[in-house]
Design a protein around this ligand. Sequence first.
Ligand SMILES: Cc1ncc(COP(=O)(O)O)c(C=O)c1O
Length: 417
Amino acid sequence: MKYSELHTPLRTIMTPGPVEVDPRVLRAMSTPILGQFDPAFTHIMNEVMEMLRQLFQTNNRWAFPVDGTSRSGNEAVLCSIIEPGDCVLVPIFGRFGHLFVEICERYGADVHTMECSWGEVFEPEEVIAEIKKVSPKIVALVHGETSTGCMQPLKEIGQACRELDVLLVVDAVASIGGTDIKVDEWCIDAIIGGTQKCLSVPSGMAPITYNDRIEKILSERKKVERGIATAEDLRQVRKGIPIKSNYFDLSMLQDYWGPRRLNHHTEATSMLYALREGLRLVLEEGLEERFERHVFHEAALVAGLEAMGLTLFGNRKHKLTCVTCIEIPSGIDGESVRSMLLNQFGIEIASSFGPLQGKIWRIGTMGYSCRKENVLFVLGALEAVLLRHGFEVKRGEALQAALDVYMAEVKEPVKEE
Ligand SMILES: Cc1ncc(COP(=O)(O)O)c(C=O)c1O
């Protein structure tokens, strides 16, 4: 046989995604396939919807995954609500704001942008002032910007959007499952999560949720495919322009995930099993506990990196807990460090994009990869590799600083007599 059995090297993945997948998720993926209308399968679909509502902290009726990588969720939401000429405001603070612009333009939106330097986020008032100036139909905003390791505060912007009758669409691909996101409380109209990051499920699905303000637009643009439409469906005249994409038409996806179970695509069975198990793991751990775990390991990682003599990149006040960006010291070849980490230690960390290409490294502490042994391993290995590259590391300090965090005694509250 020309091709050997599939054998991949074992890696410690400390990038901002894809990250290591929990073994329970991998096991769930080998569960036998069910037909997509088998009640045993539609029951699983309903369970996933229920668990997604808990993850997104919402009472929205609609919460389901779009089949495709995370950007498929961004595209499904935007193409389903943008009609040509609609004004969309996109505040950009990294690569994925640009992705929003790209998608909106392709669907004929009149896109307004505002940009701050990478490594910063917007003051909510700045965004609110811009909303008042351009009166958009939609604001599309990234929550956790993976390219810069920054997190945009959303609550005030959400409230302002609701008061001004503007729709708020949020990309929480990097942050969902790793940090607190209160969809209803923060007045987010539609939000997209990612599987391959803090949920620790493989890439290939984009969980989304949206409220009745979005659903109203969908119902005005609703279409049923001719080959499966009833006479009643064909008689319906809608006032909105039909959604340009068939695959990403949320009005059709809704009919598939809803009680009508109207066939759209063939559901990605094994991925749904994976997502179900990933969500079960999140809920078992508890949202608060999971967010605290991400903060705890971030603290150990940051302590170690700084003790080593490295400088973090970006505004610390708005740091994304699950992504830590580090300035590549001058004179050090960042790519050579990354490849030595991979080749000698089997550890993967990431570089960045655009203006930050070659300037920073990014270390992810996401989901199943966010563990003590991974943090200690990456710190030890990075120290060794930097020494080999001639960087003046403060020898031995990194692991001691991280261990200080890990071994700090939990102080018992002093009892009052
Ligand atoms: C914040 C953010 N949005 C969108 C995407 C696109 O996701 P995907 O590559 O899964 O399509 C990514 C991927 O890294 C991301 O980090």
